[in-house]
Design a protein around this ligand. Structure first.
Ligand code: AVI
Length: 343
């Protein structure tokens, strides 16, 4: 391949397995026969969806007709890419285009094309914690990017580690950070603000962010996207049980659980749950103990918060960022918000 990458993150299999185990121990320790279980159900974090199998199923989700966010964001970048590129051009300085969690790079491709054609001088730095993800991205795009004359350098790193590295390697270069695909929605509102604020501390006044937000809309549309009739999202959710079987020696029978997704208008969030079909006991070898499930007891596995323009502005400002411009599709189903680090 032509493109290089730098590995900052030392992938310690034992440490990450221990982290997963501790998370599962804490999340599944709730005894549903006790009073407080109503306010505090069993939970697991959606960040554990994304093992190799889960990432593959997620890619499948993004291609579903019912899952509108990916193609809608693609349409936004096609529609507004020129304007976005011109904004960066008018700054008249070279840019680090930094992407957090690049995925298959398909959406970014559109933006890269616009930047190149507008004559913006930039280098592209995709950052991902997974070496496999960076290698795949570089391998897939190698030839194409070479022909475009693009300079690209992958970073296998934690998001913040990667930004810190860039600051030492390319001091004073204007950063434009891409955080696309509404991943910010998987944080609750407190943690979304915390995430943006942490990001801001790694950046300098005047640096930009382009952040994808899924917008509030008719819950039927959301329902169809997160409980698709093909059962792909169900497989995605149930893979978490199989991951515990694979990695923690658990004895989950995925057929004894079902995927349940719904919109919570009080929170303004989609919620995904795994619901036990019957009263059952599951042994987790790595914990050396059983976990009990009552019939129809649920484990909450995901939030996916939906935003309004006002909330995007409020969240940004609470994190010390200014909302420069919000780019949406014609239905206002999705927004890519261009933010600036305030001085
Ligand atoms: C990765 N994240 C933005 C997706 C979402 O829409 O919250 C994950 C997903 N969950 C179910 N379908 C897709």
């Amino acid at each position: 391949g032509h493109f290089s990458y730098t590995k900052l993150h030392y992938e310690d299999g034992a440490a990450s397995l221990k982290q997963f185990l501790d998370h599962v121990a804490a999340g599944l320790s709730v005894d549903a026969s006790k009073e407080d279980a109503i306010a505090h159900p069993k939970t697991l974090s959606s960040m554990y969806f994304y093992d190799d199998k889960g990432s593959e199923i997620y890619q499948e989700i993004t291609r579903l007709r019912e899952y509108y966010p990916t193609r809608t964001e693609l349409a936004i970048l096609e529609r507004h890419g020129q304007v976005i590129a011109n904004r960066f051009l008018s700054n008249k300085q070279p840019i680090n285009l930094v992407e957090l969690g690049a995925g298959d790079g398909h959406k970014t491709e559109v933006l890269l094309q616009y930047l190149i054609h507008a004559g913006v001088e930039f280098e592209y730095f995709p950052i991902d914690i997974s070496r496999k993800a960076i290698e795949q991205l570089l391998r897939a795009k190698d030839q194409e990017w070479l022909e475009l004359g693009l300079k690209c350098h992958g970073l296998v790193a934690d998001h913040m580690e990667g930004l810190r590295w860039l600051r030492t390697q390319r001091p004073g270069v204007h950063n434009v950070v891409l955080f696309l695909g509404s991943s910010i929605g998987n944080y609750d509102l407190v943690n979304a603000e915390k995430f943006l604020r942490t990001l801001r501390t790694e950046l300098s006044p005047g640096d930009n962010l382009l952040v994808g937000f899924d917008m509030k809309k008719d819950p039927h549309i959301l329902q169809n996207a997160y409980a698709d009739p093909h059962g792909v999202t169900a497989r995605f959710n149930l893979n978490l049980l199989e991951r515990m079987n694979r990695e923690l020696g658990a004895s989950f029978d995925p057929d004894q659980f079902f995927h349940h997704a719904f919109y919570n208008p009080g929170l303004g969030s989609m919620e995904s749950w795994l619901v036990s079909k019957c009263e059952q006991r599951v042994y987790i070898e790595a914990l050396q103990r059983d976990v009990m499930f009552l019939a129809y007891e649920g484990v909450r596995t995901e939030y996916s918060f939906k935003y309004t323009r006002k909330q995007i502005k409020r969240l940004s400002e609470a994190a010390g960022l200014g909302l420069v411009e919000a780019f949406s599709d014609e239905n206002q189903w999705f927004t890519d918000a261009l933010l600036v680090v305030k001085g």
